[in-house]
Design a binder for this molecule. Structure first.
Ligand SMILES: [Zn+2]
Ligand SMILES: [Zn+2]
Length: 210
């Protein structure tokens, strides 16, 4: 498995390109901005993009959905509870981030729910619904690697003061999520550096005692 991280936009969102070792097929997670740069890397790696995945519907994670969808054959997937954020400027916060250019994402091709799995070559992606940062936030698990979006960061957790956020719900989601992890689990968050579960347990106060 090949994982390429691209830091995009003002909020420094981590966009991930994930492909099989031969770079035949891949996915893009959270193309939040800088679509042309993401497409350039997809081209360079010669990946056929099968899916465009959004961990949740905030503007900084969906901003380049359109560019990537127009430039690839990827199908756009988001959890059903965040669907309206794709096309609602208030819900996805883009009206506050950039009032002059409110955000337009294409509609989803398919809606995700907890427990869904999909296959990209030899990689099986599992969907875990982790509400709390938004109503429809998800984590994508492939092997022992977790793309945690804004649910879990290396040394913190996502904000819960936006519409649809709930601190108690997020903590519950994180408890459920970490039950699937072992010390070697790789955590690739929506912002900031990557980590593994062993390190996160030491450095992230929200994981103390878990
Ligand atoms: Zn967010
Ligand atoms: Zn974010």
């Amino acid at each position: 498995m090949i994982i390429k991280r691209i830091v995009v936009g003002e909020l420094q969102t981590n966009c991930y390109i994930v492909a099989d070792d031969e770079c035949q097929e891949g996915i893009v997670i959270d193309p939040g901005n800088d679509g042309e740069e993401i497409l350039r890397i997809i081209d360079e790696l010669e990946i056929n993009v099968k899916y465009i995945l959004n961990t949740h519907g905030h503007a900084d994670h969906i901003g380049a959905n359109k560019v990537i969808k127009d430039g690839t054959d990827g199908k756009l997937l988001i959890h059903e509870d965040d669907l309206n954020m794709l096309t609602d400027n208030m819900e996805n916060l883009s009206i506050f981030l950039d009032p002059d250019e409110p955000l337009l994402s294409p509609d989803a091709d398919k809606l995700l729910k907890d427990g869904d799995t999909f296959q990209v070559k030899d990689m099986t992606f599992e969907v875990m619904h982790t509400p709390g940062h938004t109503r429809g936030g998800v984590v994508f698990k492939v092997g022992n690697t977790f793309f945690t979006g804004d649910t879990l960061f290396a040394d913190s957790i996502g904000r819960t003061d936006f519409p649809g956020g709930s601190y108690n719900t997020l903590i519950k989601s994180i408890h459920r999520l970490t039950k699937l992890m072992n010390y070697d689990s790789t955590i690739l968050p929506g912002h900031g550096p990557d980590t593994n579960f062993a390190k996160a347990k030491k450095n992230n106060p929200y994981l103390f005692g878990i």
